[in-house]
Design a protein around this ligand. Structure first.
Ligand SMILES: C[S@@+](CC[C@H](N)C(=O)[O-])C[C@H]1O[C@@H](n2cnc3c(N)ncnc32)[C@H](O)[C@@H]1O
Length: 219
């Protein structure tokens, strides 16, 4: 997949995919968006000290790195599983500026998110356990029950096959009762597919540049 670099408005880097005319993050701020949707409306809202997260779309590793920082600075423990079909190249990873931009400056941990082996769960820190699965989001089979799903695939306009009832049903099954799925997308077809998969929905204020986001809960 051909990709090019951009700097978003909060100074953090992101990637652009010309073939899809899609960005990996909001051009208004990659770190700002990721914190708002996944850390604040996801992990912080959920509020438990020992959680398991599944991410659809590892990409730059930003959501995973912010989760690791959360675990380390808030003294909670996170078991993080992430799914990715099109990993970044070494050069792309080197060009990302997240470790130098964030107050928790641990570039070696950010690099290990990318260099750690696929399909092998490792304790990156005593509080953050990490498993990277090289798989298509549609083919993933859960073997444990998660607390939170970060659903971060490309926009349904370019990847409609990933935002279906069938895919969401699988994530619904993978969650504990009371578990949540958070995503940036509030499109009508996405809301309908999530409801059909069994979720109840709440629209929340989005990050700067985006009016709303979604949190879906398993009853
Ligand atoms: C919006 S970007 C994700 C951004 C990522 N969470 C981050 O923090 O950089 C979407 C991600 O989904 C991945 N992806 C796209 N189609 C996929 C598929 N069918 N299965 C697994 N991953 C896929 C892309 O390669 C990309 O990394």
């Amino acid at each position: 997949m051909e990709r090019s670099f951009i700097e978003t408005e909060d100074g953090s880097t992101s990637l652009y995919v010309p073939a899809l005319n899609e960005h990996y993050h909001s051009v208004h701020g990659a770190v700002q968006e990721s914190r708002h949707i996944f850390i604040q409306a996801g992990i912080e809202f959920y509020g438990q000290e020992n959680i398991s997260v599944v991410e659809a779309g590892f990409g730059t590793g930003l959501n995973a790195y912010l989760s690791l920082i959360h675990a380390e600075t808030r003294h909670c423990s996170i078991r993080y599983t992430t799914l990715e079909k099109y990993p970044l190249s070494e050069d792309e990873i080197k060009a990302l500026n997240y470790p130098s931009l964030l107050p928790f400056d641990r570039p070696e941990l950010f690099n290990r998110l990318h260099t750690s082996p696929w399909e092998e769960e490792i304790a990156l820190t005593p509080r953050f356990t990490f498993l990277k699965r090289r798989t298509d989001i549609r083919e993933w089979q859960s073997d444990t029950q998660a607390d939170i799903v970060f659903f971060d695939a490309f926009n349904p306009e370019v990847q409609p096959h990933l935002w279906t009832t069938e895919v969401f049903r699988r994530f619904h099954e993978s969650l504990k009762p009371g578990g949540i799925l958070v995503t940036y997308c509030v499109k009508g077809i996405v809301k309908q597919a999530l409801r059909d998969a069994g979720f109840s929905l709440k629209r929340l204020p989005g990050p700067p540049g985006k009016r709303e986001m979604l949190r879906a809960t398993k009853a």
